[in-house]
Write a protein that binds this ligand. Structure first.
Ligand code: PLP
Length: 389
């Protein structure tokens, strides 16, 4: 058996829909982008959605629209995909790392407040692997200190906190449609915001700073006149080709989420006896979106003294599963420990100990809607058969 970590899955409806922009000839941002944005608003409950080229450009656009610039600091978790911190670097501001809680892999709220300085302008909580961050606490601290909140909801499809979809708590929320995500457009992203003024600015900035989109221009009575450009913008527009398949996947959004949850629930149930694997934590007010099913490999209490040893054991576990045809991955990385950040900011690896532990000891198992019962049985069986040396 050969089981990938994730699988892109398109249906006949997606194939049919992608033909439409190709046949009409309107392949840049147009009516399908608008349709995809409307469906995203409906699914998440957000007032406004702005489709962009990736979650990374969504984060950058959010920071730019909120005026984050050189001299500012932005707090980001140390354990996340590198793009969270990179988006801050693009603005000239400094990303300030904050350690995570090992139980959730999300920002440690107690440590967050202590990092706020006069230069801090914003915080980017990440809903890692689909588990919402503690948004009540983060928003309380952010409001007290006049900070903007940008949710990195790259993995946040279907994730809810207190029954509210992520992306509705911050000034903006940024989602990813990379192929490892539940909805995919190849590359792609979506920004949500409930602030009308910010929405207008985001729309303009993604489109070179234009006062009006091409679609709006074509729908008005003098489509041949070009608009004004009040801002220095970017070209972060999603194409209608991408949006056409995003839009058709949204028709089965609930189905996609439920099939992912079913697999995750099966792992949690069947692996409950394995005490050397800490399963994803889901608190009372939380709905996990299960972009990934990530466990902490913890055969013993982990500290700086035995971290390398446990890391080797985790890697042996990954090798063993790989030999059986089962793909796994580390959850994500400790960004402060990656060469660019480590060298630029001279950060010691142990400065964010939980992030380092998560980097070296986390493991993600395959989750995708078409994972068959016999495949998940096979994965579970081999996990259970692994002998800790
Ligand atoms: C937490 C997090 N933030 C940002 C990104 C970047 O998303 P994209 O590839 O759409 O730019 C990812 C992608 O995996 C992610 O996991």
């Amino acid at each position: 058996m050969k089981i990938p970590i994730a699988k892109t899955e398109f249906t006949d409806a997606d194939f049919e829909n992608i033909r439409k922009p190709l046949e009409s000839g309107w392949v840049v941002q147009g009516p399908f982008v608008k349709e995809f944005e409307d469906k995203w608003c409906k699914f998440t409950g957000a007032a406004n959605s702005v489709a962009v080229t990736s979650c990374t450009t969504g984060l950058h656009l959010s920071l730019a629209a909120l005026g984050v610039k050189e001299g500012n600091e932005v707090i980001v978790p140390a354990f996340t995909w590198i793009a969270t911190a990179n988006s801050v670097e693009y603005t000239g501001a400094k990303p300030v790392f904050c350690d995570i809680e090992l139980s959730t892999f999300n920002l440690d709220v107690k440590k967050f407040e202590k990092l706020i300085t006069k230069k801090t302008k914003a915080v980017i909580p990440v809903h890692l692997f689909g588990l919402p961050s503690d948004m009540d606490a983060i928003k309380y601290i952010a409001e007290k200190n006049s900070l903007f909140v940008i949710e990195d909801a790259a993995c946040g499809f279907a994730a809810k906190y207190r029954n509210i979809h992520v992306g509705n708590f911050g000034d903006t929320g940024c989602f990813s449609f990379h192929p490892r995500k539940a909805i995919t457009t190849g590359e792609g992203g979506m920004i949500t915001t409930n602030n009308g003024e910010l929405y207008e600015k985001l729309r303009s900035l993604r489109d070179h700073g234009a006062a009006m989109s091409d679609l709006q221009r074509h729908l008005q009575n003098k489509p041949y006149l070009l608009p004004e450009f009040p801002y220095l913008g970017y070209n972060y527009r999603m194409t209608d080709i991408q949006a056409s398949i995003g839009s058709s996947q949204m028709e089965r959004a609930v189905e996609i989420y439920e099939s992912r949850k079913k697999i995750a629930d099966k792992y949690s149930r069947e692996l409950s006896d394995i005490d050397w694997l800490v399963k994803p934590f889901v608190g009372k007010d939380y709905v996990h979106g299960y972009q990934s099913y990530v466990c902490l490999f913890k055969p013993e209490e982990i500290n700086s003294g035995n971290l390398d040893k446990v890391n080797l054991m985790r890697n042996e576990f990954m090798d063993y599963l790989f030999e059986k045809g089962i793909s796994t991955r580390p959850g994500t990385h400790a960004v402060h420990n990656l060469a660019y950040y480590n060298e630029k900011y001279c950060i010691k690896s142990e400065s964010y100990m939980n992030s380092l532990i998560a980097d070296k000891c986390s493991i993600a198992f395959p989750v995708f809607p078409s994972l068959k019962e016999e495949e998940s049985d096979y994965i579970i069986e081999y996990i259970k058969n692994f002998k800790i040396k």
